[in-house]
Design a protein around this ligand. Structure first.
Ligand SMILES: *[C@@H]1O[C@H](CO)[C@@H](O)[C@H](O)[C@H]1NC(C)=O
Ligand SMILES: *[C@@H]1O[C@H](CO)[C@@H](O)[C@H](O)[C@H]1NC(C)=O
Ligand SMILES: *[C@@H]1O[C@H](CO)[C@@H](O)[C@H](O)[C@H]1NC(C)=O
Ligand SMILES: *[C@@H]1O[C@H](CO)[C@@H](O)[C@H](O)[C@H]1NC(C)=O
Ligand SMILES: *[C@@H]1O[C@H](CO)[C@@H](O)[C@H](O)[C@H]1NC(C)=O
Ligand SMILES: *[C@@H]1O[C@H](CO)[C@@H](O)[C@H](O)[C@H]1NC(C)=O
Ligand SMILES: *[C@@H]1O[C@H](CO)[C@@H](O)[C@H](O)[C@H]1NC(C)=O
Ligand SMILES: *[C@@H]1O[C@H](CO)[C@@H](O)[C@H](O)[C@H]1NC(C)=O
Ligand SMILES: *[C@@H]1O[C@H](CO)[C@@H](O)[C@H](O)[C@H]1NC(C)=O
Ligand SMILES: *[C@@H]1O[C@H](CO)[C@@H](O)[C@H](O)[C@H]1NC(C)=O
Ligand SMILES: *[C@@H]1O[C@H](CO)[C@@H](O)[C@H](O)[C@H]1NC(C)=O
Ligand SMILES: *[C@@H]1O[C@H](CO)[C@@H](O)[C@H](O)[C@H]1NC(C)=O
Length: 795
């Protein structure tokens, strides 16, 4: 076999062996040419390094090579004409000796794991008509020698790792009918010689790195049925000649940088079009109404372009199944811009409709309910759709995906939405929906994700939702929900991605059933009115990465069980009434990125290890009883306990005096502000936005030496009070900075303002200024500035 190898030029630098080989060859070639074929096949076998199904075991001397698996010989001359080893899981390379199988007409090696280059010796296969190498791991360029295979009809190298340009030499392959190069790394431009492949039926060039423009000459390929150059770097316009190809049934050009418009009459010349996919380009103008003449159209995908105006009627497109026009400028300014939806009712095979992210306005038409029941995905997000979601939606019983977030819907969720028994994803967030969450949603037992955040839902969370036993993400945040958290819902063990109930008015405790959430990654119950202790069972939620519980009324200490949440990255317990020591185990949590314990009543020594080493990752402000820690935290030393407690007593007395007075002052300020508000006749919406009083963040920053710790004279749950000196007039002031970090605090602050609106009170402390602005990080900053009085003289 080695000798034969030599004769094929593998070792040309070895003259002695070469002579022997040549001698052997000349002796044998004429007499037994079929031996050459056999040896070539054995050489091919030698190139295969792995043959998991053992198909090449049959390639042995005990049977004639024409009987070998995958080899087919011509009947008369006993020459191998077909080599078919597709889908055999083969690893290895294609031996150059394949060039000696000069009678091969079909080579099918697709769907294996062959690597290395395609040997240029394939150029010797002059009779080759079908050459399939797709779905392997071949590298290098397409050998130029393949241009000698003048009879090639099918050349498929899709899904390899080939590189380089498409060789110009291939222009000789004018008999090609199927030319498939997609899913490689080809660069350069789309060669215009393809315009000479007059028999071409399928041209597949997608998922490469081809640049330049689409050659006009492709429009001469009158037999072309399939063109795909999706996901390249093509520029320019789609040549109008391509819209002349009446045999075309699949056209793909998505994910390029193509611009221009679609010809008005395109549909008239493409009667066979079934797939039209040009999404993710820069095409503009209207969708040509003639598209309705493409009566075989099944997939229409033009998303992420700049198409505008009204969507024409699709009523003749009875075969339409995928309709994707999302992320365009469609519907802009047109009256009844959603009327195209009714024209889709004739498409009895409709499966997916997406018209999200456009300019469609108006109300969803009732004909929505007449769409084919084959529909499984309906997306209409980020538009300007208002009004009620039509009840008729209940007819779409095979719907699995329903996305309508970010519109201006105003009504309630139709209670019969519970009819959509196989719904899996339901998103109706940020859409002005109101009323209660219908308990019938609990009938959607296959639901995987439910997102209703950012609406105006009121009332209780329906406990029936716990029937949705496949739910892995639930987001009801940013609504006005009240009442207790249903224990069975919070114990829904399928929840794995997120449970978000934040920013509502939920009351009561966090039920112990929360411990069932062993798979949950993120739990957010922040900014509610929850109370009680943190349940010990929370420690069972061992998958938690994000835990937000801030802005509630939780009290007691952090349970030891939390120790088992070792994978946590973000932990926010701020703005509660938690007390006790800060547990040491928090310093051991490796992955903890951010720890917020501020505005609680923690006491004792602050740990110094782990997350506590870094003052930007840990926040502990507003806990008066802490000591120790890194100097950056500006906490008192823990050593002199008696001194400390004495000092603390003084501070407490002092602070309570200040807060007593400031509390009253606050009331007065509120009354004053409400009075101002009344006076300007609802011109000012926020009670703290009076510009006459306003002083800048910068001024206060200077006055308090950057809110430096030594100027801090007190901290309360509402805010911190600093002593400062105004630069302008040298006046000594007390600056009360509101803790806006506690969103709940601001909420209750405003609520109290509302409540105190009508109470009249005598001015006790002179308020000088109000600061309502943002700090240099862009966060909201609100502060009140009082005249400063020395100790004891405040009253
Ligand atoms: C090889 O060719 C010889 C004649 O050249 C023929 O007799 C013989 O049957 C062939 N062997 C095979 C395996 O086809
Ligand atoms: C040769 O191939 C045949 C058919 O697959 C098989 O039965 C036989 O065991 C093989 N012989 C050797 C020596 O591998
Ligand atoms: C590809 O080969 C694998 C086995 O290696 C097989 O399971 C799969 O069906 C083949 N795919 C095609 C399209 O032939
Ligand atoms: C590609 O080949 C791999 C095995 O190498 C197989 O698992 C996969 O299914 C094939 N893909 C196609 C589309 O046939
Ligand atoms: C490639 O083709 C050229 C010209 O047809 C030929 O001279 C050369 O030997 C071929 N190379 C191989 C490796 O077959
Ligand atoms: C197409 O074929 C014609 C005639 O065979 C030839 O003159 C022309 O150069 C070819 N075009 C390209 C781009 O190869
Ligand atoms: C389209 O085809 C017609 C004839 O079938 C021809 O007259 C016209 O020039 C072609 N248009 C383009 C842009 O190639
Ligand atoms: C195109 O569709 C329109 C409206 O449906 C119809 O009147 C016209 O006859 C159609 N034209 C062709 C060429 O099919
Ligand atoms: C549905 O198609 C029929 C013809 O098949 C047509 O008469 C009717 O107007 C179409 N209806 C709609 C709503 O497009
Ligand atoms: C619909 O389009 C939007 C916007 O492009 C996209 O984010 C969303 O994934 C699509 N939804 C479906 C179900 O196709
Ligand atoms: C759907 O839910 C409602 C209210 O929860 C219930 O009365 C009704 O029986 C349920 N329907 C089905 C089909 O399960
Ligand atoms: C503290 O954490 C911040 C944010 O993670 C990081 O940028 C900074 O380098 C850390 N500082 C130290 C001293 O580790």
């Amino acid at each position: 076999m080695k000798l034969v190898g030599i004769s094929f030029g593998d070792f040309p630098s070895c003259p002695l062996l070469l002579c022997i080989a040549l001698a052997l060859c000349f002796n044998q070639v004429s007499s037994t040419t079929n031996e050459t074929e056999k040896l070539a096949l054995l050489a091919f076998k030698a190139g295969i390094t792995r043959d998991p199904f053992g198909m090449l075991n049959s390639w042995n001397n005990s049977i004639e090579f024409c009987q070998w698996y995958g080899a087919t010989c011509s009947r008369r001359h006993r020459r191998v004409t077909v080599l078919d080893l597709s889908s055999q899981g083969l690893f290895g390379s294609i031996s150059p000796h394949i060039g000696n199988l000069g009678f091969l007409r079909k080579v099918k090696l697709q769907n294996n794991s062959l690597d290395h280059e395609i040997p240029p010796q394939v150029g010797q296969l002059r009779r080759l008509r079908i050459f399939l190498l797709h779905n392997n791991s071949l590298v290098g360029e397409i050998p130029r020698n393949i241009s000698s295979c003048l009879d090639l009809i099918v050349l498929s190298v899709e899904k390899n790792e080939l590189t380089g340009e498409i060789p110009r030499e291939l222009s000789s392959l004018t008999k090609l009918q199927d030319f498939s190069l997609s899913n490689n790394n080809f660069i350069g431009s789309l060669p215009s010689f393809i315009g000479n492949f007059s028999s071409l039926v399928a041209l597949s060039l997608g998922w490469n790195k081809l640049g330049g423009s689409i050659p006009q000459v492709l429009g001469y390929l009158t037999n072309l049925q399939y063109i795909n150059f999706a996901s390249n770097r093509l520029l320019g316009t789609i040549p109008s000649s391509l819209f002349n190809l009446s045999s075309l049934n699949k056209f793909g050009a998505a994910f390029n940088r193509i611009h221009g418009t679609l010809p008005i009459g395109m549909g008239l010349k493409l009667p066979n079009l079934e797939v039209f996919s040009i999404g993710y380009n820069q095409l503009e103008g209207p969708i040509p109404p003639s598209i309705s003449n493409c009566t075989k159209l099944a997939r229409f995908q033009i998303s992420s372009n700049i198409f505008s105006r009204k969507v024409p009627s699709m009523e003749n497109l009875h075969k339409l199944s995928w309709f994707g026009i999302h992320h365009n400028m469609l519907g802009s300014g047109e009256h009844e811009s959603l009327s195209f939806l009714c024209s889709l009712t004739n498409s009895t095979e409709l499966e997916s409709v997406n018209f999200s992210m456009n300019k469609f306005g108006g109300v969803l038409p009732k004909c929505l309910g007449n769409l084919s029941t084959t529909l499984w995905s309906f997306a209409a997000t980020e538009g300007e759709i208002f009004g009620e979601i039509p009840e008729e939606i209940r007819n779409l019983i095979n719907l699995e995906v329903l996305f309508m977030n970010r519109n201006r819907h105003s009504g309630v969720i139709p209670s019969n939405l519970g009819n959509l028994q196989i719904l899996k994803l339901l998103q109706l967030s940020d859409s002005n929906l109101r009323g209660t969450i219908p308990s019938s949603l609990g009938n959607l037992t296959m639901l995987i994700q439910l997102d209703l955040h950012g609406n105006d839902f009121r009332g209780q969370i329906p406990s029936h939702l716990s029937n949705c036993r496949s739910l892995d993400g639930l987001d009801l945040s940013d609504n006005n929900l009240s009442g207790a958290i249903p224990p069975h819902l919070v114990g829904l063990s399928s929840l794995a991605i997120i449970l978000n109930l934040s920013n509502n008015h939920l009351t009561g405790i966090l039920p112990i059933e929360v411990g069932n959430l062993r798979a949950l990654t993120a739990l957010d119950i922040s900014d509610n009115l929850l109370l009680g202790e943190i349940p010990i069972s929370l420690g069972d939620c061992t998958s938690l990465v994000h835990l937000w519980m801030e802005g509630n009324f939780f009290h007691g200490s952090i349970p030891q069980s939390i120790k088992s949440l070792g994978g946590i990255e973000y932990l926010d317990l701020s703005c509660n009434n938690l007390s006790g020591q800060i547990p040491e185990f928090l310093a051991v949590f490796r992955s903890l990125e951010l720890l917020n314990l501020s505005y609680n009543k923690f006491e004792g020594m602050l740990p110094c290890e782990g997350v506590f080493k870094n003052a930007t990752r840990t926040s502990i402000v507003g806990n008066n009883e802490l000591c120790g820690g890194l100097p950056e935290f500006h906490l008192p030393n823990c050593i002199s306990k008696s001194y400390k407690s004495r000092k603390i007593n003084i501070v407490i007395v002092f602070a309570s005096v200040i807060f007593g007075v400031l509390g009253m002052a606050l009331i007065v300020v509120l009354i004053y502000l409400c009075w101002v508000k009344k006076k300007v006749n609802e011109q000012v919406s926020s009670s703290m936005d009076d510009s006459r009083l306003n002083v800048s963040y910068g001024t206060l920053l200077k006055a308090t030496e950057g809110f430096f710790a030594t100027n801090l004279i007190g901290v309360g749950s509402f805010g911190s009070v600093y002593k400062g000196i105004l630069e302008d007039n040298g006046m000594v002031v007390a600056v009360k900075v509101l803790h806006l970090v506690c969103r709940g605090a601001l909420k209750s602050f405003i609520v109290e303002c509302e409540a105190l609106k009508n109470i009249k009170h005598r001015n006790l402390l002179k308020i000088l200024n109000v600061c309502s602005s943002s700090d240099y990080q862009g966060n909201d900053f609100k502060a009140l500035v009082y005249e400063f009085m020395d100790n004891g003289s405040l009253e």
